[in-house]
Design a protein around this ligand. Structure first.
Ligand SMILES: [Fe+2]
Ligand SMILES: [Fe+2]
Length: 144
């Protein structure tokens, strides 16, 4: 499946949400959770969003409602990943909204794109992502 590299990154996104939930359960300090959020944004999420917006979404028309929804999600999530006020509440919202966004892409948007894109277009996406690192090591595994 051509979109597998992106799907693999989605798996790490879902894992991120799970780790945040673990952090809350274990009463890990908000400061530590925020540091993890900041790291994950720069390491995984920002490059992932950029890749989707540059190579994947253009396979549908830019006015397509599914693309519009995905772009709106990205902007909301970027805010949740970078806000420095009311961080505890932000992290709880982020945990849920990231999961929801990933499910939307996996179940709705990716299916649509695979329906309309040509095999050549899909293959090109696979090549773009073939060499990207995934799931880098984090120095403070508070969820373990
Ligand atoms: Fe996305
Ligand atoms: Fe995504």
């Amino acid at each position: 499946m051509a979109l597998q590299p992106l799907s693999r990154q989605h798996h790490f996104g879902l894992l991120f949400s799970w780790k945040l939930r673990k952090g809350f359960e274990r009463n890990i300090s908000i400061k530590r959770l925020q540091a993890f959020r900041d790291w994950f944004f720069v390491t995984e999420i920002r490059p992932h969003f950029e890749a989707e917006e540059r190579f994947l979404f253009p396979l549908l028309e830019s006015e397509h409602p599914l693309v519009q929804r995905a772009l709106a999600d990205h902007r909301t999530l970027e805010t949740l990943f970078t806000t420095t006020t009311d961080v505890e509440r932000t992290l709880r919202v982020l945990e849920l909204q990231l999961k929801e966004h990933i499910r939307f892409e996996e179940r709705v948007l990716f299916n649509k794109i695979q329906e309309v894109a040509t095999p050549e277009e899909l293959e090109k996406i696979e090549q773009v992502h073939a060499n990207e690192p995934t799931s880098a090591y984090y120095v403070d595994p508070f969820w373990e």
